[in-house]
Design a binder for this molecule. Sequence first.
Ligand code: COA
Length: 256
Amino acid sequence: MSDLIKTELNDRVLTLRMNRPDKKNALTQAMYIGLASAIENAVDNTEVRVLLIAGAPAAFSSGNDIQDFLQSVSLGQESPVLRFMRALAQFPKPAIAAVNGLAIGIGSTLLLHTDLAYAGEGTRFQFPFVNLGICPEYAATYLLPRMMGHARAAELTYFGEPFSAKTAYEYGLINAILPDADVEPHALERARKLAQQPPNALRVTKRLLKHWRQETVTDAIQYEAEHFGPMLKQPEAVEAFTAFVQKRKPDFSGFK
Ligand code: COA
């Protein structure tokens, strides 16, 4: 496991920490592989009863690494990002997110696949996909309208503006807002409490809660990836990514 993903197993709670603070925890291919491997290995490890995903104080994650988007990243079935998405979406035990700082792109959409999420009052959430000339991923186009209604999902995705922890809470994306410094201790306390619950009853309950939508979620992840992949190479996205790297505003005025 690289230093970019740190793992810690205590009291039957496996903590996975994204650890690239200098880049605001932007996720690289290696980080997706690290996360996917750790989650896959936790499935049959009886010492793991609960998964806790955490980041750095200033950034849970700023989403996919935009430099990687400019390279030809693969979005095939066995690509690192899809492997990670599947591993978390199908993880059979409770998964909790402890969110602070930034939760952008997949740093926000992964919260649609954890069971519980706690966020710091200063967290900035954002679905910036359209701003980047691409479309949402990780079944967000299926799950967001059902979670919060079409109008709210459209506002958050079409404008791609940052939104607060208060909005995330009101819209049902997170369970609670806490002072920033209390997020991890609180998430850990909830995780430890869950780790003492009867594990099979928890697994069956999780499976049942997700059963009714699981097939559609799997389809949605795939269907969105079929759009997302080609869009990465199209001029709107190339302009957005290049503008980010060049630290300037993108110019979409010439596109049809
Ligand atoms: N991909 C690649 N690099 C990223 C990144 C990302 N998603 N997010 C941040 N970084 C890098 C910055 O380029 C910068 O690198 P540098 O120090 O080599 O210049 C470093 O992380 C620190 O970020 P910076 O932009 O200086 O910090 P900030 O506090 O001013 O802004 C963000 C933070 C997250 C708001 C801003 O970096 C941003 O908008 N990032 C892109 C988010 C995004 O659109 N993600 C894609 C989702 S699909």
